[in-house]
Design a protein around this ligand. Sequence first.
Ligand SMILES: [Fe+2]
Length: 501
Amino acid sequence: MKLSRRDLLRGVAALPLVPLLPAVSGCGDDADPVVFVHGVASGDPTTDALVLWTRVSTAPPGAPVEVAWEGSSDGFATRAASGTFVTDEGRDWTVKVDVTGLAAGTRYAYRFTALGETSAVGRARTAPTGSPERMRLGIASCASFPHGYYHGYRALAGQELDAVIHLGDYIYEYGNGEYGDVRAVEPPHETFTLADYRTRYAHYRSDPDLQAVHAAHAFIPAWDDHELTDNSWQGGALNHQPELEGDYVDRRMAAAQAYREWMPIRDHLDGHIYRRLTFGDLVDLYMLDTRLIGRDQQYDEGGPSLEDPARQLLGAAQEAWLAAELPASTARWKLVGQQVMMGQLPQFLNPDAWDGYPAARARFFDLIEQQAVRDVVVLTGDIHSSWAMDLARDPTDEAAYDPATGRGSLAVELVTPGITSPGLPPALADGALGLVAGNRHLEFAELSRRGFIVLELERERLEAAWHLFEEEQIADPAPQAPRVFARVEATRGTSRLARLA
Ligand SMILES: [Fe+2]
C-alpha cells in the first residue's frame, strides 16, 4: 500500500513535535524520514552553482526552522560548501539555496539537516567548462499522477545523466475523477488557491519514484499549462471560468508561487522563467516560456485570427531576448527547450501549439535562416506522444525541402511523450486522419506509449533514444522497465534527422 501525504503527516503528528535530538541521526536512504518527507532536489546547473531544494515537512512547528545544508565531492569526507537556510510557513516550509563557488564539471553529493534529522543524499553535476566530448540529458514531461505510476522517473533515476530537462505538466490541476483514475490526488478538487497548489505539489512529491529522480539528477524545469490550468495563455485559460473560480491573475500568481517554492528552478528577480544554461562549447540550452509570459489567446477560443501577424507566442520581450541570444551562440548545439510542438502536421492544425501562431513560428524560422544559426534542436513536451522531425517552413513543398539531404530544413525537433499522461489513439497514425503516414519530414512518431528521451550530444553528432513503456505497465504499481523503442541521429551541419536501426 502506498502512503499518501495525509497518512505520512498523520504519522508525523503522532510523534513528539520538534524532537530536538542532540546529534544528527541520519535517515539516509533506508529509513523513513520524518522531517524531510518530500525528499531532496537540485536544479539549473551552471559551471559554479547548483540550486538545492528540500522541505521541512514535519508538523509545522509554528516558528521558523533553520536548516543546515552541505555539499561534498568526496562522499562527505570534506565539505565543498555549507550553510544554513531559514524557512517558514510563508514559503510552505520549502528550502531553496543557490549554492555558488562550486567546481565545474563535478559531481556533488548534498544533504540537509534540521530538527535532529539528516535528509536523504542527493546528487547533481555542475556544468563543464572548455570542450566537453559528450553530454547525456534526460528529457521528460506530462506526468499526470492519476494516470499511473512513475516508472519513467524511476528509469531516468537509473540513467547516467548530466541533467534532466523537464518541459512541463509536472503537475495537473484537475480534481479526482476528472482526468485519470489509477491513483487519487490531494486536494481531491481542482486546484485554484495557493494552498491547493501547494498541497498538489506535496502530493506529487510524496511519490518515491519522483523523489528518486530528483535525488539522482539536477532538473532544468519549465512550466507548461497544467502547472496553472488547461490551455492557459497570458490573460486566461480554457479551464478557467472567472465567474466561478475567481480572478485569473490571482490564480496565476498562486500557481507560480507554488511552482517556485517547490521546483528547483533558479529564481529570477523579474519573475520570468526563460533562461540560458551553458555546457562548455558543446551545448547552449535556451529554456523558453511559450505558455504564460507572452502568449496571446488561442484563436479558436475567441482570440484574434490565425493569421494576425501581431499575435505572440513568446511575447515581445522574450522573443527579443532569443533573437539576441541564439545568433550569438558559439556552441556546437543550440537546444531550445520549450513546451508545444513547433513542427507541422499537414493533416492537423493544433491551435494550442506553434501551429496556432504561424507568424511567431515564421519569425523563429526567419531568425535561424537570416542569421545562419546552425544546429538548433527544439525539445518539446505537451502532446503526450513521441515525434522526431525536420523543421522546414513547409515540409510538403517538394521543391523547397528534401528529406534525403536536409536541404530546406532549418532545425530538428524531438518530442518527448508523457511520463504517465495518456497519448493519442494509435489509429490516428494512418488512415483517413493519418498524422504520420506520408509525412516526409517525420523520422519517427509513436502516438500512445509513455516514457522519456535520452539525448546524447557529441562534438559532431547527436543521438536521441525514446525509452517507452507498454500501456499496461503504466497502471501496474510493480517495478517496470522501458525498452528503447527508437533512436535517431543528426550530424552537425545538416539540420536533418536519420532513423537508426
Ligand atoms: Fe500534458
